[in-house]
Design a protein around this ligand. Structure first.
Ligand code: NAD
Ligand code: UGA
Length: 463
């Protein structure tokens, strides 16, 4: 059997590497238009940082896993084609700022229709608005060379930073479709390493909608605990204690109750906005407003954090050095998409702070590109003023100590483990006084820091 995956990103690369590892008899060909991404997948330095991923890729690459830009060939040869391209929020036209941009999905479907012969199974791996498969089916039906298709929805639930573990041992695999034969063909692949009872099958629309719903529920939990964090700060309650107290109720459960400076990542916001757009499209105004609030709360949390820094530092951070620890949207990934750090740094820069950023996995190029993008309007235009601020007031440090040295404040944006075991007496001695710490992840030992002399502030705590 031959599989092709269009899109060698954070999902396509790791998912296909896992299939290739677990099914040595299946030839897996991952293709992308982006030559440098493909080159990186073929190199020692993969484009995606995930613990354990290199080992999986390296093992399969010399056997049954290929990365290339030969999209037409890969489609033509495959029995099953996964579409794992990006589905970002539209930035133009109808639905701008809300709807998913399905341009890349549609281009894939048209390319598959053009190149295919015989019968193929097309699998939607990307996260898509419910009923996208209808459009995909219609496009595929226009194939002129007699090719026939089954379309399946098989959304991915992996989280970044734990992708390998999630792929190895998923809570469930979801397959939506119309043809039992096609569903079985895909289920048989996963059954090579996943117990059958964890492979759920549904109709196409339930599968598509379950993915958006899962992300909406997860993000809602973060926004819910973050909303409570604001109340904790106002009342003397401690958000970690509240989370523990409610999380022991088996109906609520302990996971995903960690208050933070706001959720990031490429999907939560995009998928909720997409859900909101869908609800509006179907005239469900109240439902749309309900879910939109999850995103508004997240924006509030990021803004509230940045404003709190300015307020605490005597209402001005102008010309003060702020050391930022972490830029990725969570630990153990090099992904910065929608990271809260981007927006907090932007707000501090607009307050004229001098920001020195350290992240163990994110490059300077990426950080600067993200900050520029955060200052741009929908058309990508950035004011000269913002551009200068980013050019002149942003420095990238080689380690956490360097970021902290001579700074007026340290801001913890990502929960990297290495930040927990630093020599804080050394950090303190290198800083300006009073030495402020703003812990956006409740990562550090606040009692220990207070004893050293830090003026410590944290999410959902009145320290
Ligand atoms: P990504 O941007 O990292 O990767 C997408 C890749 O598709 C890019 O490399 C791009 O060059 C390529 N591409 C786009 N159009 C193409 C075309 N016509 N032909 C060939 N290649 C093309 O995106 P991602 O993070 O991997 O996400 C992909 C999808 O999976 C999205 O719908 C996302 O919502 C969903 N998803 C992502 C995650 C995650 O953790 N990132 C988890 C679950 C689901
Ligand atoms: C999330 C989902 O967890 C995956 O199931 C889904 O497949 C994926 O989105 C997707 O569709 O892209 P991911 O965004 O990679 O995965 O990472 P999460 O662990 O969900 O974290 C998202 C954000 O929420 C991070 O910024 C994280 O720091 C934040 N978060 C998470 C909190 O602030 N508190 C928590 O308790 C949990």
């Amino acid at each position: 059997m031959k599989i092709c995956c269009i899109g060698a990103g954070y999902v396509g690369g790791p998912t296909m590497a896992m299939i290739a590892k677990q099914c040595p008899e299946i030839a897996v060909h991952v293709v992308d238009l982006n030559q440098s991404r493909i080159d990186a997948w073929n190199s020692e330095k993969l484009p995606v940082y995930e613990p354990g991923l290199y080992e999986v890729v390296a093992e399969a690459r010399q056997r049954n896993l290929t990365f290339s830009t030969r999209v037409d060939d890969a489609i033509a040869e495959a029995d099953m084609i996964f579409i794992s391209v990006n589905t970002p929020t539209k930035t133009f036209g109808v639905g701008a700022g809300r709807a998913a941009n399905l341009e890349f999905i549609e281009k894939c479907a048209r390319q598959i229709a053009r190149v295919s012969t015989g019968h193929k199974i097309v699998v939607e791996k990307s996260t898509l608005p419910v009923r996208t498969a209808e459009a995909v089916k219609r496009i595929l039906a226009s194939a002129e060379n007699g090719a026939t298709f089954d379309v399946l929805s098989n959304p991915e639930f992996l989280a970044e930073g734990t992708a390998v573990e999630d792929l190895l041992n998923p809570d469930r695999v979801l397959i939506g479709g119309e043809s039992k034969l096609a569903i079985d063909a895909l289920a048989d692949i996963y059954a090579n390493w996943i117990p059958r009872e964890r492979i759920l099958t549904t109709n196409l629309w339930s599968s598509e909608l379950s993915k958006l719903t899962a992300n909406a529920f997860l993000a809602q939990r973060v926004s819910s605990i973050n909303a409570i964090s604001a109340l904790c700060e106002a009342t003397g309650a401690d958000v970690d204690e509240v989370a523990r107290a409610i999380g022991t109720d088996s109906r609520i459960g302990p996971k995903f109750l960690k208050a933070s400076v706001g959720f990031g990542g490429s999907c939560f916001q995009k998928d909720i906005l997409n859900l909101v757009y869908l609800c509006e499209h179907f005239g469900l105004r109240e439902v749309a407003a309900y879910w939109e609030q999850v995103v508004s709360m997240n924006d509030y949390q990021k803004r509230r954090f940045a404003e709190g820094i300015v307020r605490t530092m005597f209402n001005t951070v102008s010309d003060k050095k702020i050391g930022v620890w972490g830029f990725a949207f969570k630990k153990d990934t090099n992904d910065t998409r929608e990271s809260a750090a981007i927006y907090v740094c932007r707000d501090l820069l607009r307050e004229r702070a001098r920001v020195t950023i350290y992240d163990p996995r994110v490059s300077e190029k990426q950080i600067r590109a993200d900050l520029i993008a955060s200052c741009s309007d929908m058309q990508g235009v950035v004011s000269e003023h913002d551009r200068k601020l980013i050019e002149n007031n942003v420095t990238i440090a080689a380690n956490a100590y360097e970021a902290a040295s001579q700074s007026h404040a340290i801001v913890v944006m990502t929960e990297w483990d290495e930040f927990k075991s630093l020599d804080f007496a050394k950090v303190y001695a290198s800083m300006q006084q009073p030495a402020f710490v703003f812990d956006g992840r409740n990562l550090l030992d606040h009692d220990q820091l207070a004893k050293i002399g830090f003026d410590i502030h944290a999410i959902g705590k009145s320290l």
